[in-house]
Design a protein around this ligand. Structure first.
Ligand code: HEM
Ligand code: NFK
Length: 265
């Protein structure tokens, strides 16, 4: 009987399949960079989705101290994703236009992990489901995220369990519908911010959620600037107006009352 081979670095990390998974279509030097940036982003999104699953479970169990670590990790990963725009921005309009046509109508718009991230935070727009192939695992995962309570729904439920008076619309709703901000939800979180020492775990949770919304807006902003730098006002391959569309997404907030309450403090 032969002995089991010692574990190697390459085996453990599945380097063979990973490093064989870049397939530029053109002969252009920068196409590899474009692929590597996107693959890296999808790996980070995979980790982010894992952390958000864990965070949801921890909030549901009222383990608000433990959730801090996982949510901090999410916003640090977001910071890395935002920095990677500076690597991509070394690609000029001439470089990109030399291979852009090979992309056809594919686009980041079709990233199911990005949409799942938005859904898990609380940004529910069911119209994105149709971009995933019927019967695919990606579509199933996306639909499951659409139908589950988001981080914001879980945070509001935790607030209610702590004794705050929250409206039924925020606590028992059709989770797949877009979240509608509510005056009473804002007032309850404002109470938390008025007396941080008394409500420290909820206060800390709220600030971690604001970090994530903040980092997402920063990422979106760098996306728009980088896209404008590389393709100007051209239409997107995914069929949108391009920069004008991306600009319209910067104002999205997954935790709207955590932003609006600030005017009251
Ligand atoms: C040359 C580089 C890039 C250009 C010109 C570009 C352009 C665009 C445009 C125009 C859209 C709108 C949809 C469309 O009509 O196609 C879009 C969406 C998107 N892109 Fe990019 N993009 C670039 C790189 C990236 C990178 C590196 C990422 C990820 C790290 C990314 C992620 C996304 C995502 C997630 C969306 C959907 C955004 C939303 O609907 O809120 N893009 N991109
Ligand atoms: N929407 C981009 C194309 C693009 O960026 C893209 C294409 C294929 C795979 C990922 C992409 N990244 C983000 O949109 C464009 O209009 O040039």
């Amino acid at each position: 009987m032969s002995e089991a081979r010692a574990m190697t670095y390459g085996d453990y990390l599945s380097l063979e399949p990973i490093l064989s998974a870049q397939h530029p279509i053109s002969e252009q030097h920068d196409e590899l960079l474009f692929i590597v940036i996107h693959q890296t982003k999808e790996l980070w999104l995979k980790q982010i989705l894992r952390e958000i699953e864990l965070s949801s479970e921890l909030i549901r169990a009222d383990s608000l101290i433990q959730v801090h670590k996982s949510l901090s990790r999410v916003s640090r990963i977001q910071a890395v994703m935002t920095l990677s725009w500076d690597v991509l921005a070394t690609m000029t309009p001439s470089d990109y236009s030399s291979f852009r046509d090979v992309l056809g109508s594919s686009s980041g718009f079709q990233s199911w992990q990005f949409r799942t991230f938005e859904y898990r935070l609380g940004l529910k727009d069911g119209s994105h489901v149709r971009f995933q192939q019927e019967g695919s695992a990606a579509r199933e995962a996306l639909v499951a995220a659409l139908r589950s309570p988001s981080l914001w729904d879980e945070a509001n439920a935790a607030l209610a369990r702590a004794g705050f008076d929250l409206p039924l619309e925020a606590l028992a709703r059709d989770w797949s519908e877009p979240y509608r901000p509510h005056e009473k939800v804002e007032e309850a979180w404002a109470e938390v911010y008025r007396e941080p020492e008394r409500w420290w775990p909820l206060y800390q949770l709220a600030e971690k959620l604001v970090d994530i919304d903040d980092s997402l807006a920063t990422w979106r902003h760098k996306h728009v600037v980088t896209v404008e730098r590389i393709i100007g006002a051209k239409r997107g391959t995914g069929g949108t107006a391009g920069v004008a569309y991306l600009q319209s997404t910067i104002g999205k907030r997954a935790f709207p009352e955590l932003w609006s309450l600030r005017t009251r403090i």
